[in-house]
Ligand binder design. Sequence first.
Ligand SMILES: Cc1cc2nc3c(=O)[nH]c(=O)nc-3n(C[C@H](O)[C@H](O)[C@H](O)COP(=O)(O)OP(=O)(O)OC[C@H]3O[C@@H](n4cnc5c(N)ncnc54)[C@H](O)[C@@H]3O)c2cc1C
Length: 311
Amino acid sequence: MKILENIKLDQFTSFKIGGVARYFVELSSKEDLEKFLEWKQKVNLPIFVLGGGTNILADDFRGIILKPKFEHIERIEETKLVVGSGVLVSDLLNKVIEFSLKGLEWAGGLPGTVGGAIEGGVGCFGGEFKNLVFKVKTLNLENGNIENFKKEECMFEYRNSIFRKERKWLIIEATLEFVSYPFKDELKEIAQEKINYRKEKHPLEYPNAGSIFKNIPFEKAPKVVQNLALEKNKVKNDPFKLIPIGFLIAEAGLVGKRIGDAQVSQKHANFIVNLGKASFSDVYNLIEYIKKTIEDKFSISPELEIQIIKC
Ligand SMILES: Cc1cc2nc3c(=O)[nH]c(=O)nc-3n(C[C@H](O)[C@H](O)[C@H](O)COP(=O)(O)OP(=O)(O)OC[C@H]3O[C@@H](n4cnc5c(N)ncnc54)[C@H](O)[C@@H]3O)c2cc1C
């Protein structure tokens, strides 16, 4: 177990923004988990589990940042893999293509770790990570028990899961199930198409944290907003009928809106980019400004997709 103190978090987030964490603890083995449980009793501070930091806005954190470094990929059956939570989704994708397994190619270019993908119920291009999940092994950070979850017990929802709702488990590893598929090149091609699409549509030239807000379920939008989205052909079905919040942010005239070095991206209105020296407050205040504008203009309260580290 590696325990670091007073660590700047900007180096661990894709936004390149972050305050100081009192403790930063890396865990990579069963022994580490045991040592950690003992040590945490003594310090008794709040805990935040950090994956790849690709959906995070971080301020100072007077607690413990836990960084899982479980990075194993084991093929236990023809189509089943046990994958450590610290494995990057991009590395897993390369591996499953090498194994000629289908099911993750939609995730070409998706940043972050397997732990983050499960906790956040992530998805794109009609694919959802939850569809691969067979079982999830966790450490309950409250009682120290190892607890296993079957897929249905994970309570996956759109960008949500039991792990996000209750925040008391560290995901250690997951058993994922794929489908055998003989045409590797086809899988490679699909993944590459997604990577190319992201390069074109996402502001990857600046540090960012992906989508700031969740899209709006069509049924939950006021009639006038539904009609506007239908009229402009902006309703999408991914993973169900949604109005992209980026469309509403653009309709509200907020593209390019800037506070300090934080700016609503010119390329994708649901992304905020760090133009260089953006601070936590720059981004936070810009988020609040967008929220208020969307509420006033469309009578919708956008829900945050990114997670905030602060205390
Ligand atoms: C350019 C860009 C494009 C993106 N595109 C998409 C997209 O198309 N679709 C999409 O859904 N997301 C997208 N994202 C958001 C992000 O990539 C995903 O949410 C990703 O799965 C987060 O994983 P992470 O490991 O970086 O988690 P982090 O950002 O570090 O954390 C996110 C959440 O997961 C929790 N978490 C992480 N690891 C664990 C663990 N082992 N145990 C328990 N909890 C854990 C954290 O506590 C936190 O609540 C994008 C982000 C960027 C920067």
